[in-house]
Design a protein around this ligand. Sequence first.
Ligand SMILES: C[S@@+](CC[C@H](N)C(=O)[O-])C[C@H]1O[C@@H](n2cnc3c(N)ncnc32)[C@H](O)[C@@H]1O
Length: 308
Amino acid sequence: MNKPLNSHRPVLLEETIEALCVRRGGKFLDCTFGGGGHTSAILDGSSENFVYAIDRDPQARERAHALQQKYAGRFTFCNANFADAGKICFPTLNGILMDLGTSSFQLDDGVRGFSFKEHSKLNMRMDNSCGQTATEFLNRAPESELVQAIRDFGEERNWKRIISLIIENRGKEALVYCDLFADLVAANARSLRHGKVHPATKTFQGIRIAINGELDALGKALPALFEKLCGGGRLVVISFHSLEDRIVKQFFKKMAGQAVNRMDGEPSQLREKFAKIVTTKPIVPDESEVSSNPRSRSAKMRVLEKIK
Ligand SMILES: C[S@@+](CC[C@H](N)C(=O)[O-])C[C@H]1O[C@@H](n2cnc3c(N)ncnc32)[C@H](O)[C@@H]1O
């Protein structure tokens, strides 16, 4: 299997290749191209494979360019949000991959404004050609949207204090630079530094999810993508936090004709079964992957197979 374009390491790579059954040969969609690590492995899995790849990040196009030459005739890329998958014309697919969240390219590039260690502008847009930056969001969002971002999406216990700080600091530099904002949160929030986890981690996560509309995009994409699978085709989703994982798990249960949660009172005879759940429990990285790639530690992979 080829190494990806640079130091970026695809999460659960072997497990993904196995779950997508790439060695049979077929047409695949990689909804989150990133650095192309998973895409390259799919293309290497069989010379019969074709990969359609998308990513909302305009910089992913440059990385895709290298693959376009290497796998000429078997790979196409377009910049798109997977939320719009229903509007994009793909052939019937044998497998679809979603490796959610941000890429190391986005996190490690100070200019992109995702990292609380950098003295760079708080930006956090995956698609930096549109939408509002994190600074604009913090300065303009009504309090209800800040609550949704920091309490609901960030699951930050000290959300009230952090929201007061944001409102007090509107118009000031503390909301402009990543490191200054992270220091403000760290100095005032009661959350303790657990091991290497920075006290502003959850706040940053919540703001990122909010400004990129990540959960809405996932909720819209799943049914549209499922439609594009052939019978026996597989949908593989790798998520990195419980909010994403819950959306995926509930969608899989619905497609498999199961109760979505304890509140779901629909009589079982009325439920239709369109798919089978391949992973009754999510697949997670083993210790060696987590120690060599700490960013993989919260990954959970779920696999759904469309009924023929
Ligand atoms: C974890 S990285 C994927 C890494 C990739 N699997 C690899 O091996 O290099 C996630 C990627 O998904 C992209 N992304 C996140 N949300 C997206 C969306 N709604 N539509 C399209 N791309 C999205 C991000 O821009 C990022 O490049």
